[in-house]
Design a protein around this ligand. Structure first.
Ligand SMILES: Nc1ncnc2c1ncn2[C@@H]1O[C@H](COP(=O)(O)OP(=O)(O)O)[C@@H](O)[C@H]1O
Ligand SMILES: C=C(OP(=O)(O)O)C(=O)O
Ligand SMILES: [Ca+2]
Ligand SMILES: [Mn+2]
Length: 666
């Protein structure tokens, strides 16, 4: 009903304009009313805006220097460079150099800020330069907006506005999808083999380094750079690796998704505003064009995914996979090359420290418990996955943790649970569409659901993430055969034997195509990431453990009472008790008995752990089946070690012999 109708006494409506005017009630002002009697709210503040736009412009305070937009709106970096660059311009020049095509003269024109504020671009004076027509391309004429080191809040907004599948969960985390790939693609990881790397790196059987030539790398690099420059905007993260200030590495990550930028914001070390201001040229750059496939007509390409490392150029290119773990583990590979050159051992291990300063390392393959067991409410967390061991002690390479969250429970893993809050990236989890509560048991997208959070989200993290020399070196194996003891003490030769073997049952999920746990051997508990021959890392570990008098332990976080399918996984609560006994030193004084075949020293008792499970055979009903399975596993160990029998470990011929003798005897 139209609002200008008037109801008469009969309830009819009259639309006569005159009648309507006559029927308007008159508002009369009471004569003689003093102004003092009128309710006068003199607490109402003055307004500082005349228009809605002005009001909105007041909402955001300028912040420096991580996210400033220069006065006048936007710094442009294109074919004409400014004469005395401000820090914003220096950053754009540096990013422009990173994104420069190798085949065209004109690099991309870059502008800071989100393209939705692009109105400002038109007003920026831009001196025309004459370029030969042949060198001009459309992509060289357009602007690419650079979103440089955005804050988590800004990245949330970018993700939610522009990336399908990005949502805020009930605890404030950013849930997102990694696309078709929900785990790493080790078979698509390639390393440029040039004159230097041909002799320095480990190539051939067992090596993760699948070769590619420089030319093919450049083809993929150009593909990634062209893709990124074709976008309206790209995210750039300038960050650090390694908390050891003397061995810090500057990394730049150029990516197409806010999800990738937030992931690396969390996983790498975050520079202070001052450090960012003076960042300069990165030591290593990742071009993440993961949304875009590689070209299968390109030499060496066997799928649409390619993760390429060029140590000479200090660059990494990602095509055809959006799984964020490729970036962090790719950089880890680079550290496995750079650090040993400086006589620093890089470790695929978690690391924590007790109140007395006792440091423990937790080596293990994916899913064996590095993150879970290094996150310990009674100890300081140094890091969950990647460390360095130098002459000064240990340092974390990263600034965040990347926890598996399948079946995550508040009760069993409270610190990880509580870290899943605003700022945390939650990959591939399933949540209620209304409440946005995450169902951590749901494997609909993948088994490899993950949470990436800054390390300070763990309340007892040790910042800076460094510590003294390790006292205990714990090797984690998730034994799907159920024949390795839950805990055994190792001598140095045994520690080296098991370190080089790197046995576990690969739990489904982290690598593409693995659906069931299956026995696997991965040298140094991280063959997918090492660059040099495993014996080089083993020799360094032996030397450091010997020098520091560290004790080696083998902890089976896998099955007990039977193999996968028949037995059951050892309760996390028991494994924690075992780890407590290692840390407290009480296990050093326990009485031990030696096992057949593997010659492992098993303690007779561990406080809080049922003694029946300490000796694996006792937990099996079918003793014959146990013996057969044990022999089968011993055979697998022996076969695997054959490739290492011809290698010497360090300068000590005696140690090499001892290591060979430390394997199973049957
Ligand atoms: N006894 C156990 N010890 C360690 N982890 C266990 C155990 N039982 C089950 N788990 C589960 O196994 C997974 C170990 O994964 P995680 O700690 O992320 O491994 P990593 O960091 O080595 O990849 C976690 O989901 C954890 O809850
Ligand atoms: C992220 C990974 O590591 P982890 O499972 O050891 O945490 C990975 O291997 O992709
Ligand atoms: Ca878990
Ligand atoms: Mn982990």
């Amino acid at each position: 009903m139209a609002g200008n109708g008037n109801e008469n006494a009969d309830g009819d409506f009259s639309f006569s304009a005159a009648a309507a005017r006559d029927a308007l009630p008159r508002i009369t002002t009471e004569k003689g009313a003093k102004s003092a009697d009128v309710c006068h709210d003199d607490t109402a503040p003055r307004v500082n805006f005349q228009t809605i736009d002005e009001l909105h412009s007041l909402q955001k305070k300028r912040s420096a220097p991580t996210t400033p937009l220069k006065e006048g709106g936007g710094v442009v970096m294109g074919t004409s460079g400014p004469t005395t660059p401000s820090s914003g311009e220096t950053m754009l020049q540096s990013v422009s150099a990173s994104l420069a095509s190798l085949t065209r003269e004109t690099g991309p024109k870059l502008i800071r800020g989100d393209p939705t504020s692009a109105a400002k671009v038109a007003h920026v004076p831009h001196t025309p330069t004459s370029v030969p027509a042949a060198d001009v391309s459309d992509s060289g004429l357009k602007f690419t907006h650079i979103l440089h080191n955005l804050s988590p809040a800004e990245l949330y907004e970018q993700a939610i506005k522009y990336e399908k599948g990005s949502f805020v969960t009930s605890t404030g985390a950013l849930a997102t999808l990694s696309g078709a790939k929900t785990g790493r693609s080790p078979k698509d990881k390639r390393v440029v083999k040039d004159e230097t790397t041909a002799s320095e790196l480990w190539w051939g059987k067992g090596s993760p380094n699948i070769e590619m030539d420089e030319q093919t790398f450049l083809v993929n690099r150009e593909r990634a750079v062209d893709y990124l420059n074709s976008l309206d905007k790209v995210f750039v993260n300038d960050q650090y690796l390694n908390w050891d200030p003397e061995n810090r590495i500057k990394v730049r990550i150029v990516s197409a998704r806010a999800y990738h930028s937030l992931f690396m914001h969390n996983m790498c070390i975050r520079p202070t505003p001052e450090e960012l201001e003076n960042f300069g040229t990165p030591d290593f750059t990742i071009y993440n064009a993961g949304k875009f496939p590689c070209n299968r007509y390109t030499h060496y390409m066997t799928s649409s995914t390619s993760v390429d490392i060029n140590l000479g150029r200090r660059e990494m290119v990602i095509l055809g996979t959006q799984y964020a773990g490729e970036m962090k583990k790719g950089l880890f590979g680079v550290m496995h090359y750079l650090m040993p050159k400086r006589k620093i051992l890089s470790l695929h291990s978690g690391c924590n420290m007790g109140k007395e300063g006792d440091v423990a390392l937790f080596f293990g393959l994916s899913g064996t418990g590095k993150t879970t067991l290094s996150t310990d409410h009674n100890r300081y967390l140094i890091g969950d996955d990647e460390h360095c061991w130098s002459d000064a002690g240990v340092s974390n390479i990263e600034g965040g943790c990347y926890a598996k969250c399948i079946d995550l429970s508040r009760e069993k893993e409270p610190d990880i649970w509580n870290a899943i809050k605003f700022g945390t990236v939650l990959e591939n989890v399933v949540f209620d569409e209304h409440t946005r509560e995450v169902d951590y048991n749901d494997k609909s997208v993948t088994e490899n659901t993950r949470a990436a959070y800054p390390i300070e989200y763990i309340p007892n993290s040790k910042i800076p993430c460094i510590g003294p020399h390790p006292k205990n070196v714990i090797l984690l194996a998730c034994d799907a055969f159920g024949v390795l003891p839950p805990i055994s003490k190792l001598d140095l030769a045994q520690t080296m034997y098991h370190f080089i073997s790197g046995y576990t049952a690969l739990v489904a999920g982290t690598e593409e195509g693995v659906k069931e746990p299956r026995a696997t051997f991965s040298a140094c508990f991280g063959a997918a990431f090492i660059m040099l021959h495993p014996t080089k890392y083993a020799a360094m570990l032996a030397e450091k453990m010997q020098a520091q008098g560290a004790t080696g332990w083998l902890v089976n976080t896998g099955w007990s009472g039977g193999s996968y399918g028949a037995g059951s996984r050892i309760k996390l609560a028991y494994t924690r008790k075992i780890i407590d006994a290692i840390h407290s030193g009480s296990l050093l004084n326990a009485t031990y008995h030696k096992t057949e075949i593997f010659g492992l020293e098993i303690p007779n008792e561990v406080e809080g752990v049922p003694s029946e499970i300490l000796e694996p055979m006792n937990a099996w009903e079918d003793k014959e089946a146990y013996k057969d399975t044990l022999l089968k596993l011993a055979g697998l160990f022996r076969n695997n070690f054959e490739t290492f029998t011809s290698h010497k470990i360090g300068d000590d011929g005696k140690l090499t012999e001892e290591i060979l003798a430390a394997g199973p005897n049957f």
